[in-house]
Design a protein around this ligand. Structure first.
Ligand code: ACO
Length: 310
């Protein structure tokens, strides 16, 4: 019986059809999806912090309204993704506990500080740009609820990327000091943005199986290369220099060669040793604990109404 179910699953994947929550799936497939979707959800939720730090200091009402909307979008992405994880049997409160206890990861990129307002623009342009490269192929991921969530997430991410680029264009048209702020932010975020795509293919333990299952559609290195190819012309148009002396166009392939990435830095940041890891988790913990009464009240209210209806 199990063999027949496995065969049906394999045929569904081979035909590029979707796996839905009601379908039988191998435990390892379920586990991998929960791991990736939870990590993705946690990244959206933790990702509210670096930009949220600028909400009270945005330079104008217009910039404040834009930033507020963007940070709220990220909360929304986190919530869709937690819902997608719930369709696999995960429990949302348990996922949050795992994040806070360091038993589940979130993207390395959100462990760097936002030192000036230019960082808000650079996060939109580079970090959201990298997120788009990584996430557009996930709209074709084999698990239905994840793929469908990605469609809206990607539309909003493209909007975020454009607002970041527009912010930077405005600063580049400003004073010399503003242009220097943009260049400084680019210098700090460029290499970490390349690390968002994960370890190189030959050191990525999950890639082969995730690609065979159609969860991932492209390898880490392939997506990283696409991101570089997309971003270099944007940097030229903006008038900033990407901090990599080895960056050069390979005329034969039309792709950009780039310098060596510091993989020790990625390992350090993933394992808790980045500049802001402790602060990010401490805030998330405080948010969970300080707001527990809201969850309790909402649960009690829902229960009372369910009882009345019965
Ligand atoms: N930050 C933190 N952890 C990472 C990163 C990173 N930049 N890159 C890889 N890892 C982790 C992986 O999660 C994996 O850890 P685990 O096995 O303990 O879960 C380990 O490093 C080895 O990496 P891979 O084998 O390459 O892992 P995987 O196949 O899952 O690929 C990737 C990693 C590309 C990030 C994939 O999980 C993915 O596409 N996720 C969805 C997108 C996402 O999470 N984006 C979040 C940031 S974008 C945003 O929120 C704006």
């Amino acid at each position: 019986d199990e063999a027949a179910l496995q065969e049906h699953f394999d045929a569904t994947i081979a035909a590029q059809h979707r796996i839905e929550p009601r379908d039988w799936m191998p435990e390892a497939y379920r586990k991998t999806l929960i791991r990736q979707i939870a990590q993705h959800a946690h990244s959206e939720i933790i990702g509210m912090q670096p930009e949220g730090d600028w909400l009270l200091a945005a330079p104008s009402l217009r910039r404040k309204a834009i930033l507020l909307a963007k940070v709220q979008d990220e909360a929304g992405h986190g919530l869709y993704l937690y819902s997608a994880a719930e369709t696999l049997g995960a429990d949302r409160a348990d996922l949050t506990d795992k994040l806070i206890e360091g038993r589940q990861k979130y993207s390395s990129i959100f462990n760097y500080p936002t030192l000036t307002y230019a960082d808000v623009g650079v996060i939109g342009w580079l970090v959201d740009g990298a997120a788009i490269c990584n996430q557009v192929p996930l709209c074709r991921s084999s698990y239905g609820p994840y793929a469908r969530a990605m469609i809206r997430v990607c539309k909003e991410e493209s909007f975020h990327q454009r607002q970041g680029y527009e912010l930077l264009m405005a600063m580049m048209r400003g004073t010399g000091e503003q242009r220097a702020m943009v260049q400084d932010a680019v210098d700090r975020w460029w290499w970490p943005s390349l690390m968002m795509f994960g370890p190189p293919d030959d050191e990525s333990p999950n890639s082969a199986q995730s690609m065979a299952w159609g969860i991932k559609r492209h390898s880490n290195d392939e997506l990283r290369q696409r991101y570089v190819d997309m971003t270099v012309p944007q940097a030229e148009f903006l008038g900033v220099t990407l901090p990599d002396p080895e960056l050069s166009l390979d005329p034969a392939s039309g792709r950009y060669r780039f310098g060596a990435i510091d993989w020790d830095e990625l390992k350090r940041v993933i394992s808790g040793g980045g500049p802001c890891n402790a602060e990010r988790i401490a805030r998330r913990r405080a948010a969970r604990d300080d707001n527990a009464w809201v969850t309790e009240a909402a649960t009690a209210y829902a229960q009372k109404h369910a009882e009345r209806a019965a």
